[in-house]
Design a protein around this ligand. Structure first.
Ligand code: CAO
Length: 460
């Protein structure tokens, strides 16, 4: 049999004749150092008296309602031989750290308003309560968001629970205990943390749903005070197109890849064909050849002929289209419209050129039907007939890329050991960087320039 030691009420500050409100152990139960033995309640604080050593409870000297002071016996513990050889005297004369913790809690509560203590525990700054050790051990513990503290609430928990709560940065005053007399158990702290973390996740989701650009308001300027002005309402097309362009510009991470295609031979072929007039009076345009070449590249790089979608579970997917409906931007008096040529892959250059011409006329006359402007899998915007060397077209959502074409011009190109004049077509490919990497974009435009340089590749 191990040594029997009586555990006395340690120095609990200015308190005396304090009622025992709870006894946590039973005769015969095993206790470990720091397990709470009893809870005392002064008019200012609840004080847990922890076991100063491990062992078996042989006798309980108090019951709820008894009044105790420093030195009153609480329990008799049969101490295990191997550890905790602390004599009863030394316990009362030199309280160990665990008892000091209780003292500090009691002292702090008596000297400071409860919310000060609550704050100290919440922020982990209460060195006196728990010590720096916990902070060193858990330096990166996620902070629990601060919540107003009700000063009337007094946390009722044992030292080990207090230590646990402090390690997690939890303010015990915010927890309602599920133990006897609302005593806070370790499980209560865990449940509290779980609840707060899930709240934070929800808040985070709400916050990200609310994310705005947080911009300054649009400047309100009376332009008339600087000179004569004319106010023109935006056309309906511009208003609709503008709203779409704005959304696409803001929501899609655009990157534009620039390239140049040597179309000297292609232009010669085009001119020759037009001159020969063998294509039922349809003028073969550069754009019709470009669309034919484009299909070859889209087939080789299918992720450019695709859209990003969310499935029913909210997961993002890439929908790769096995059809090739190409939209093309038409500049009309009322604004930009984008008719669509369907199944371009199944059409020859003549058929494409014819449709391009017909749809352009319809667009300019405002005669396009809705279904003629829907279903594009990729869009081309050609400013080549107008001018410019490069631009950054806005992707036509939900597509993932758009090809801008600028005005071709002659350039001096070094070829076969000498400079020669070549007709060079500038290309500007804007792509959705969520879907397409820069390397893929560069490969795509390189491939397209190869095909445009040698249209025979389109036949293979
Ligand atoms: N480089 C040099 N010249 C070009 C060219 C190019 N890339 N593309 C066309 N041209 C020339 C043609 O050779 C033609 O000249 P000729 O009459 O001497 O042959 C002239 O420009 C007109 O070209 P086109 O009749 O072939 O018309 P197109 O195919 O260039 O354009 C269309 C058709 C509908 C695309 C065009 O009229 C249009 O509206 N473009 C504007 C699109 C736009 O606004 N995009 C910006 C949107 S914002 O992203």
């Amino acid at each position: 049999m191990g040594e029997l030691k009586t555990v006395l009420v340690p120095d609990i500050g200015d308190f005396s004749d304090v009622p025992v409100i709870e006894v946590f152990v039973q005769k015969g139960s095993q206790v470990n150092i720091e397990d709470s033995l009893v809870a005392l309640e002064s008019d200012k604080a609840t004080i847990d008296i922890p076991a100063p050593f491990s062992g078996l409870i042989r006798e309980i000297k108090v019951k709820p309602g008894d009044r105790v002071s420093e030195g009153s016996p609480i329990v008799i513990i049969e101490v295990a031989d191997v550890a905790g050889n602390i004599s009863i005297d030394s316990v009362s004369e030199k309280p160990d750290n665990a008892i000091k913790e209780v003292e500090h809690v009691a002292m702090a509560v008596s000297e400071n308003p409860p919310q000060v203590i609550a704050h100290a525990v919440q922020t982990g700054s209460a060195e006196g309560v728990i010590g720096a050790e916990a902070k060193q051990k858990y330096p990166a513990s996620p902070p629990i968001p601060s919540v107003p503290v009700d000063a009337s609430i007094k946390a009722h928990a044992g030292p080990s629970v207090r230590r646990f709560a402090c390690e997690l940065g939890v303010n015990l005053d915010l927890i309602t205990g599920s133990g006897p007399k609302h005593r806070i158990l370790k499980e209560d702290v865990q449940a509290f943390v779980k609840t707060r973390l899930s709240q934070m996740r929800m808040d985070g989701k709400r916050e990200s749903a609310d994310v705005g650009l947080d911009l300054l308001p649009w400047p309100q300027v009376d332009f008339a005070k600087y000179g004569p002005v004319e106010i023109k309402p935006l056309s309906r097309i511009k208003q609709i197109a503008g709203a779409n362009l704005h959304r696409n510009w803001v929501m899609i991470p655009h990157v534009t890849q620039f390239d140049e295609a040597d179309i000297t031979d292609l232009e010669a072929l085009r001119k020759e064909s037009n001159a020969a007039g063998k294509q039922d009076a349809v003028k073969l345009t550069l754009l019709s050849f470009l669309m034919k070449a484009l299909i070859v590249s889209l087939k080789k790089f299918p992720e450019f002929n695709a859209s990003l979608d969310k499935n029913a579970n909210g997961e993002t997917n890439l929908t790769i289209k096995r059809y090739y409906h190409i939209g093309f931007a038409v500049d009309t008096a009322n604004g930009l419209v984008v008719p669509v040529i369907r199944d371009v892959d199944q059409k020859g250059v003549v058929a494409i050129a014819r449709e391009l011409s017909e749809l352009s006329v319809q667009a300019r006359e405002g005669k396009l039907k809705l279904d003629q402007m829907q279903g594009a899998s990729f869009t081309v915007s050609s400013l080549g007939g107008i001018g410019g060397t490069a631009f950054t077209p806005i992707i036509n959502a939900p597509e993932v890329a758009i090809l801008g074409v600028s005005k071709a011009g002659y350039k001096s190109v070094y070829r076969d050991g000498r400079f020669v004049p070549r007709l060079v077509l500038p290309l500007s490919l804007s792509y959705d960087h969520r879907v397409i990497d820069g390397a893929a974009a560069a490969r795509f435009t390189s491939h397209l320039t190869e095909v445009l340089t040698d249209m025979r590749l389109a036949l293979l």
